[in-house]
Design a protein. Structure first.
Length: 367
């Protein structure tokens, strides 16, 4: 059973947390407003945007902490075939006009020796070092493109700021949202992808990795009828504590804790739902969804990726992309995470993961 410790004693609200809570929302609101204005400006500057075709996208979904990042980045090395949104685009330039402005500034900086980019790289190295054992990333690395939906209130990462809001957990179950809200988010996502393709190459296929899109699969399959899916899986006994541990630091910034039993209960229910969704859609979509287990990608990543290529009948890599894949494969095999976690840290026992999932638990967030 989930051990219900006193929530009031979990997490801490001090002066830095209070300031973060006060400042974060207006700052983010301003940034998101700028992004939305830029999106609107795109329609004027690039009138053919809506006509851009999104051909044969591949969506990597499933349980988080199940090898989704490894699979995504190995596949993304095939740059002739695929394109994925890097972190810098998602955070600073989701709109096409923003991408061109930042690219122009980058080239101007490079022309004078790159002092700005060198400073950014230094800051990034300092900040990213804390995440290396949990989720190594950088501004130029392919990332979860649902981050680009933040300005449209479509990114589940808002759970870090609002872990007790009903609307936050509703985002976790896409089918629970009103049809109009779902359609609005799908339209925003299509626009995000179209802008990325214009910038990166319209001939390329989108490669997307989002565990949070697991409950989007039905709508994505209808919106993109030629899309394929990879459904990642891992034992919940490892997934649950790993996911809670990975969001713990982010929650602490806003004075919350992943050890709060109310938050633990919500995540356990959501992750059990993800597991059920993958099983269901593997059956419904047939050959359009390939199930891939964490053990396969962790023990033999090359074989797992080649099986994926064979299943979806993907073309071979060119010489340059083959070299990229080999280098990344070597890094993947050499990587050793120091991220440690256990169910007991979060007041959980194995039997808590075996109880049947109940959707009302997610729809009735506790204050």
């Amino acid at each position: 059973m989930i051990l219900h410790r006193n929530p009031s004693k979990i997490g801490s609200v001090n002066l830095p947390v209070i300031l973060t809570r006060i400042l974060a929302l207006p700052i983010l609101t301003l940034v998101f407003l700028i992004h939305r204005v830029a999106f609107s400006l795109d329609i004027i500057l690039f009138p053919r945007l809506k006509k851009v075709l999104i051909k044969k996208p591949l969506f990597i979904v499933g349980l988080p902490r199940s090898g989704t990042t490894t699979t995504h980045r190995l596949m993304a090395s095939h740059t002739e075939l695929y394109t994925s949104m890097p972190l810098w685009e998602l955070l600073f330039a989701p709109a096409l006009c923003q991408k061109y402005v930042i690219w122009g500034l980058y080239r101007a900086d490079a022309a004078i020796g790159g002092p700005v980019i060198k400073t950014i790289n230094w800051v990034q190295a300092k900040l990213a070092a804390k995440l290396d054992d949990i989720h190594p990333t950088g501004l130029t690395d392919p990332e979860e493109d649902y981050l680009g939906l933040f300005p449209f209130d479509g990114c589940f990462l808002r759970v870090l700021m609002f872990p007790f809001a009903k609307s936050t957990w509703a985002l976790g179950i896409f089918s629970s949202l009103p049809k109009a809200k779902r359609q609005k988010l799908l339209t925003s996502y299509r626009g995000l992808v179209q802008r990325h393709l214009v910038f990166r190459g319209e001939h390329k296929r989108l490669l997307s990795k989002n565990p949070s899109f697991t409950t989007w699969v039905s709508d994505l399959a209808k919106t993109f009828p030629d899309a394929d899916f990879v459904g990642m899986h891992r034992d919940l006994e490892q997934v649950v504590p790993s996911q809670l541990s990975s969001v713990h630091s982010g929650l602490q910034i806003f004075g919350y804790s992943a050890k709060d039993p109310r938050i633990v209960e919500k995540f356990v229910t959501l992750l059990k739902l993800y597991e059920e969704e993958i099983k269901e859609y593997t059956s419904i979509l047939g050959s359009r969804m390939l199930p891939l287990d964490f053990k396969a990608i962790a023990s033999a990543p090359e074989n797992a990726v080649e099986a994926l290529y064979g299943h979806f009948q993907l073309p071979k890599r060119n010489t340059l992309d083959a070299a990229r894949f080999s280098d990344l494969l070597a890094e993947t095999k050499a990587y050793r995470s120091k991220h440690s976690y256990a169910l007991g840290e979060f007041g959980l026992e194995i039997q808590d993961l075996r109880a049947p999932v109940t959707r009302p638990l997610l729809n009735n967030a506790k204050a």
